[in-house]
Design a protein around this ligand. Structure first.
Ligand SMILES: *Cc1c(COP(=O)(O)O)cnc(C)c1O
Length: 496
């Protein structure tokens, strides 16, 4: 297996090369040129293993230039001691068929931990192989959850520095506090005046700027990315869909007789892409259901074949999905177009120049076969949280509620009510004010008061990392213009 670029298939590298570079020189994203496939016997074997065993098995097929010892070191380091009850991805069953895959039991209470606890190990192991001695500089653009999860993952990891940019008014107070209070000698956090797409575009521009690259090299440094454009973020996400399948296989014999569907609350298209890859590898997924909030660029794209980011941008109560440029869609387009790098490069060029592109009829047909797209607004999101709580006593966060709402729409419209895995991507306590709004008329006086009220009313457990935040000290309160992101990077790294 080699890793090739979505914009130029001639660019080839190993897993370590793809992970340490993050993005290909011409701006394309790295993807494996072949995917492993697993058969029923493999899955039955995986059923007997714990999460660490499953992760080692799946990842060993992608990390082609890592030896067994290295994979063992990385996976055990990531998933031992960092998740509640050593269970990174438990399932909560509501009714007969709604399986909420809870991906928020890690240190920052959002699904990004599943990948970002592992990425620092993958990255430092990769860097030892391919860029001896260079310090790795992680640049992150975040809509809220990635930033904190990356800071937590890279905190004081030797030979790394991490710089995180977030939209000043685009994250929840809890997310802001989580980032601003981050500990560690190698961490830097900066708010920007702009939205997530501005942050992401700024980071991409810095990455692909050759002068900047040379300047870092002079200082014995090299950039890499902890955003989901990095293959090292996606591979760990495939694991939990495989793991969820194994958990469902353990139910009654014919539970999965028709396969199962997966619903993912989607922003950058990373999480749902991992679900697609799991399907490609042999997990019997029938439909991939892409759930968006009112920033519904993906819903329209799936329904029409036209991607159009020229529209109003809304800040919502599910901020991690407030995105109009879904970076990982590029990898999906590469798949759907039969690995046509020229076509992908052309679409991405149109997207960056005109903000829109349209896929061929053939690609559109394939897309409709695989995906179903739906969206919901803030009001329906809140109603869904309230309904789930009164019906099942189950409390979910705003992002998960978008997924649950779209799941219901899907079942109503299609009648397809087979077992379904719904990615539950954050703890409700991370978005406490909105969640409290949904279940009660009471209000908290402050963010933490809100957390306490929510806890009293719902009798659900407050995650320990949230409790610990209350007395945390704010270390970072810088806000910069989006044009000045590069200066902020240089000053964080102490280079002129
Ligand atoms: C990042 C995030 C999403 C969106 O995931 P993508 O991989 O970007 O599509 C959804 N929910 C939460 C809570 C997130 O943090």
């Amino acid at each position: 297996m080699n890793y090739i670029s979505t914009r130029d298939k001639q660019v080839k590298t190993t897993a370590a090369g793809a992970i340490s570079q993050g993005i290909s020189v011409e701006g394309g994203l790295f993807v494996p040129d072949t995917f492993p496939t697993f058969d029923k016997a493999d899955f039955l074997k995986l059923c007997e293993m714990d999460y660490i065993g499953r992760a080692k098995f799946v990842l060993s097929h992608f990390l082609n230039d890592f030896n067994d010892e290295e994979i063992d070191y990385c996976v055990k380091g990531a998933y031992t001691g960092s998740f509640d009850n050593e269970q990174p991805a438990p399932i909560a069953l509501l009714g007969e068929n709604a399986n909420l895959l809870e991906l928020w039991h890690g240190p920052t209470c959002a699904f990004k931990d599943l990948a970002l606890q592992l990425l620092p190990y993958l990255l430092t192991t990769s860097a030892k192989k391919v860029s001896k001695g260079k310090k790795i500089v992680i640049l992150v653009a975040t809509s809220g959850d990635t930033g904190k999860a990356a800071l937590e993952g890279f905190c004081d990891v030797p030979d790394t520095e991490i710089v995180v940019f977030y939209p000043s008014d685009g994250v929840s107070p809890m997310q802001k506090l989580q980032m601003a209070s981050q500990k560690g000698e190698n961490v830097h956090v900066c708010a920007i005046k702009g939205n997530f797409d501005d942050a992401q575009t700024g980071v991409k521009n810095i990455f692909t700027n050759n002068d900047v690259k040379n300047k870092l090299a002079e200082n014995n440094m090299q950039f890499s990315s902890a955003n989901s454009i990095n293959w090292g973020r996606l591979a760990p996400q495939i694991v939990y869909y495989v793991s969820a399948y194994c958990d469902l296989l353990k139910r009654e014999d014919d539970y999965l007789k028709d396969g199962f569907n997966i619903v993912v609350p989607t922003g950058n298209f990373g999480n749902i892409l991992a679900a697609y890859y799991a399907k490609k590898m042999g997990v019997p997924v029938k439909k991939l259901i892409c759930a968006s909030n009112v920033n519904n660029v993906l819903t329209d794209f799936i329904n029409t074949g036209k991607y159009d980011r020229n529209r109003s941008f809304f800040t919502t109560i599910s901020p991690s999905m407030d995105i109009l440029i879904s970076s990982n869609l590029e990898r999906m387009l590469f798949e759907l177009s039969g690995e046509d790098d020229t076509a992908v490069a052309k679409m991405q060029k149109e997207l960056s120049e005109k903000g829109t592109f349209t896929v061929s009829d053939d690609v559109k047909a394939k897309m409709s076969e695989l995906f179903w797209g739906g969206c919901c607004d803030d009001e329906s999101t809140l109603k869904t949280i309230g309904d789930l709580f009164s019906e099942y006593g189950y409390l979910c966060d705003t992002h998960t509620a978008v997924a649950m709402n779209v799941y219901k729409q899907y079942v109503e419209k299609t009648g397809d009510d087979i077992p379904t895995v719904i990615a539950s991507t954050a703890s409700p306590y991370k978005f406490a004010a909105s969640v409290l709004d949904a279940v009660s008329d009471q209000r908290g006086e402050s963010e933490f008061d809100t957390v306490r009220v929510l806890n009293e009313i719902t009798k659900t457990e407050i995650p320990a990392p949230i409790t610990a935040l209350e007395n945390a000290t704010v270390r970072f309160n810088e806000i910069c213009e989006k044009e000045n992101m590069l200066n902020a990077v240089y000053s964080a790294l102490n280079i002129e």
